[in-house]
Design a protein around this ligand. Structure first.
Ligand code: PEP
Ligand code: MG
Length: 589
């Protein structure tokens, strides 16, 4: 046991390393349900204005809740009714309640900014009820937190700005971070993060890889074991989190951090060399984009285009969906910056673990969100939303080559419906005299359900191209939630069932002579490169941070050897054996 003078004891915790790299810095602990906000003292003469700001945010929050309530009336009666009651209770909490009165009193008496006052009041209410084991009360405390979080978002103008205020080089430690939280991280301030919840292929993990933020998820005991300001090491490769490291451990990790960075710099030199096998076959490597800022990283990595633009980012961290113009501007900036290289824009893929706050209750109430109204199903149900998005894509297509990609398709009729809508939207835009992509952009489908993979031959008739989404394909084939850390050890794209579906899809596309690529996380895993090439894939899309490693791998392979290895692997029935065969090969070649 260490003495007080020696500082706190070092603790080492293990989780899932989801984004490589080593981050070392002071912990910024996120309290569950609360949106972090800057705290500052205000002067006496600022009190009235601050109270007004609070009042304005309260009124805005009430309006938003009323709008959400109105939307619940379009929902099926049972789901809508319950949600309506909940929203009504939240709205009442914004009318002369303990929360609003308490927050205002804090602004006046303690002279703190409104965000800090709301935050402190939520904490106080939570403390008052702590220790009382009552389900009803626990639910009410959650409601208070939700309402408080909304208030703070309105005070900070909608964004999850809390992360912008963290100390430079901070490690975010939280129970859970949503993809939207991660999207709000300013990488100039945040060095990495660690959470208790989350799986390796969930979107929070994907976002961490895209932002090149070292991250470890699924660490039991977080955030409780960490105090704000504790020094924390996040090793995103091994999945280790060290709290208050002893000097020797700190030295060791700093050394590793240096080595990792030197290796990254060496890899960056591959930018301008071709992704070509030793026997002269060129592979097209494109970038997946979660956020518009990543375009610069895609250029730095030498990506030949954007193979997957996840359009969800335009809908995140906001109260209402963006209009056509805003979507167009966001897409146009990306298309223009790619200077003639293709950009594949996927229509909205929310639902499941990817919640878009701006779409409100339409998503929240699914019985089983992964199997519910998500992705293309949602777009076909909320057609005005799809029409707006297609209009923005068509307009962006007037500025450079775009392709339209539909998520979670299970049958050709979904593609046919979208094509009809697309034609209608194009006609309408032309009547308005707006410049659009002509001819209309290719329409392709994500192959990410077993249904799509098994019926790939039928889908090929209605699709201009395929993109295999192994993240969801693995989840739906193995019935394992990609974002659930408790089953993460079972999630395996190398399972023979998944590989057979990838092969069947690839063969169907080659037979139908339509382009096919793979854009799931497997594309960015150099361990799998030999197998994917051997199965016939020549086009891979991945996070820009993975691209140099995959390129390096390709340049060491021959297609002949890859084909042979793939044949051997496809004869196996055991995922462990497949991994061993791959590892043997990769160790030698
Ligand atoms: C996939 O499912 O593999 C995919 C690329 O889409 P997302 O990860 O966005 O669900
Ligand atoms: Mg998917």
């Amino acid at each position: 046991m260490k003495t007080e003078a020696e500082g706190p004891e070092q603790q080492t915790l293990d989780g899932l390393g989801v984004a490589p790299g080593i981050a070392i810095g002071p912990a910024h602990v996120v309290e569950p349900g609360i949106v972090r906000a800057p705290e500052r003292r205000i002067r006496e003469d600022e009190v009235a204005a601050e109270c007004q700001r609070l009042d304005k945010a309260i009124r805005a929050s009430r309006r938003q809740l009323a709008r959400l309530q109105a939307k619940t009336r379009q929902m099926p009666e049972s789901a809508g009714e319950e949600l309506d009651l909940l929203l009504e209770a939240n709205r009442r909490m914004l009318t002369d309640s303990r929360l609003t009165r308490g927050a205002e009193a804090r602004v006046r008496d303690r002279r703190v900014n409104a965000e800090a006052a709301v935050q402190a009041e939520i904490r106080r209410i939570g403390q008052d009820f702590a220790g009382i084991e009552d389900e009803y009360l626990a639910a009410r405390i959650r409601d208070v937190r939700d309402v408080g979080a909304r208030l703070i978002r309105n005070l900070t103008h909608g964004g999850y700005r809390g992360f912008g205020e963290v100390p430079k080089g901070a490690i975010i430690v939280a129970e859970e971070l949503t993809p939207a939280d991660t999207a709000a991280m300013d990488t100039r301030r945040v060095a990495g993060f660690a959470t208790a919840q989350g799986g390796a292929e969930g979107h929070t993990a994907i976002m961490a890889r895209s932002l090149a933020l070292p991250a470890v998820l699924g660490v039991a005991g977080l955030p409780g074991l960490v105090e704000a300001g504790d020094i924390v090491i996040v090793d995103g490769l091994s999945g280790r989190v060290v709290i208050n490291p002893a000097p020797a451990a700190l030295r060791r990790y700093r050394e590793r951090q240096k080595e990792f960075r030197a290796k990254e710099r060496r890899l960056a030199r591959l930018r301008d060399v071709r992704a070509e096998t030793r026997d002269g076959v060129t592979i097209s490597l494109q970038a997946n984009l979660e956020l518009p800022e990543e375009v610069a990283a895609a250029h730095r990595a030498g990506a030949e285009g954007i193979g997957l633009l996840r359009s969800e980012f335009i809908f995140m961290n906001r109260e209402s969906p963006p209009d056509e113009e805003e979507q167009f501007q966001a897409m146009a900036a990306i298309v223009e910056s790619m200077k003639g290289s293709p950009v594949t824009i996927r229509t909205l893929d929310v639902g499941g673990e990817k919640l878009a706050y701006s779409l409100g209750p339409q998503l929240a109430e699914a019985v089983n969100p992964a199997l519910g109204l998500r992705a293309i199903r949602l777009s076909l149900k909320l057609q005005p939303l799809l029409e707006t998005q297609l209009a923005a894509i068509l307009r962006a297509g007037g500025l450079g080559p775009v392709r339209i990609l539909l998520p979670m398709v299970t049958s050709p009729s979904e593609v046919r419906q979208v094509r009809e809508i697309l034609k209608r939207v194009a006609r309408r835009l032309k009547r308005r005299g707006v410049a659009i992509a002509e001819p209309l952009p290719p329409v392709g489908v994500m192959i990410e359900t077993p249904a799509a993979a098994l019926a790939a031959d039928a889908l090929a008739y209605t699709s201009d191209f395929f993109s295999i989404g192994t993240n969801d394909l693995t989840m739906y084939t193995l019935a394992i939630d990609r974002a659930d850390e408790s089953v993460a050890h079972l999630y395996n794209p190398l399972h023979p069932a998944v590989l057979r579906l990838i092969l069947a899809t690839t063969e169907a596309a080659l037979k139908a002579r339509i382009p096919i690529n793979l854009c799931g996380e497997m594309a960015g895993d150099p361990r799998c490169t030999v197998l994917l090439l051997g199965m016939g894939l020549r086009d891979l899309s991945m996070s820009s941070t993975s691209l140099p490693r995959v390129k390096q791998r390709i340049r060491k392979l021959t297609l002949d050897a890859a084909r042979q290895r793939a044949r051997t692997i496809m004869e196996q029935s055991d995922a462990g054996r497949i991994a061993a065969i791959l590892d043997d090969f990769n160790a030698l070649a």
